[in-house]
Design a binder for this molecule. Sequence first.
Ligand code: GLN
Length: 485
Amino acid sequence: MTDLTQLSITEALAQLRAKTISAVDLTRAYLTRIEQLEPAISAYITVTSERALKDAEAADKARAAGDERPLLGIPMAIKDVLSTTGVETTCGSKILRGYVPVYSATVIQRLEAAGMVMLGKANMDEFAMGSSTENSAFQITHNPWDTERVPGGSSGGSAAAVAARMAAGALGTDTGGSVRTPAGFCGIVGLKPSYGRVSRYGLVAFGSSLDCIGPMARTVEDAARLLQVIAGHDRLDSTSMDIAVPDYLAVLNGGVKGLRIGVPREYFIEGIQPESQAAVQAAIRQLESLGAEIIDISLPHTDYSLPVYYIIAPAEASANLARYDGIRFGPKIDKKEMWDTYRATRGQGFGPEVKRRIMLGTYALSAGYYDAYYGKAQQVRTLIKQDFEKAFEKVDVIAAPVTPRTAFKIGENINDPLQMYLEDVFTLPASLAGVPGLSLPCGHDNAGLPIGLQLIGRAFSEDVLLRAAHAYEQSTEWHKALPAL
Ligand code: GLN
């Protein structure tokens, strides 16, 4: 029998429907693969084997009775920032060790209603703060393409699991690049939807005006299938938009003929790894040869995205993380005085990057500094958003690199926060503007590491991004490359 973990979600569904394989076979294959590779990759914080097999059995029974739900029997990894009933949800932090939610995030409920089998909870940077997954309080995840390198972050566990075929697909979250960067570093597809497209109910909050939940998969079609299930209004999240969700699979084969693709000059600058730049430029030419019109554009406030993001995100985080004081969630360090309990719990529970963000954010929001930092950052954020609005008067999609370079070595950036923040320059603008961004494989560098192409679209134009990405993917072979494990 062929190795079932090689199948994309689309291929696995076809075989499940034809009953040539069962959900139990498929789930077993993934659990075996996890057992073999987890020592080298460390993609998961928690593996839920028993539950997965039970759910797979139920999926097979349901299918035998005629059930054809869209993800029936598909094994997935879920970033540990998403609440899952009965399964520990740590957010990569010691402060949430032992926290078992009594409800599931809306996206989990929707995936389960669609028949997903959850394999486990994926590793991540603590509270999703980071670009390498090295900030996890528990373990370092290794890039399946080169285990001495990071998988990107903060959804590094999800990306590594999908790339190493330790999951058919995954969910990640993207506040400033955390779906797109690890997708790029691991050679898979990652989609950060528009702000408001997917409900965040049950997502542990980091930067509430930025956080988005998105699919990670091996093909664009797989990503479309996952987005289809999780997208749409939810009355439990007041920021989720009540607008129609297109049929993403129906539009996938529309091609790019006549599509206007903008190439922002601010994303093609000195200091970018030459191979990455060349691969992205070749991808743009490929889209042109498929019928797209390529147009030079400018997003003049791009340079401000980094300082703006690193004020707004920590400011919001400092407010969101105030609730972790040992009283309601996770372990508590008991002291005589209440304040000492808070201090000890937070002091030991949070890691260094989280503390840095809380301090930066609290400072930026404090009386006397609010106007100079937070208020000013919000004003510049509007300028960044307007850059995109102006660009989208002339083009339908923007094509750019995902990151300035491919996956870096474990340990290389971890003691230099500014260098780590610089890895985010190309993903932050779309996050600040609230528009969707998709990362897909478009090449390999000289060391054989995957290079990502980023496509950015108008708010709620995920259908256009998926269509363009699918056209590119179907005309190239990059998505078929597998890490040698
Ligand atoms: N790397 C960015 C940060 O550290 C983005 C993280 C994210 O998207 N969750 O904040």
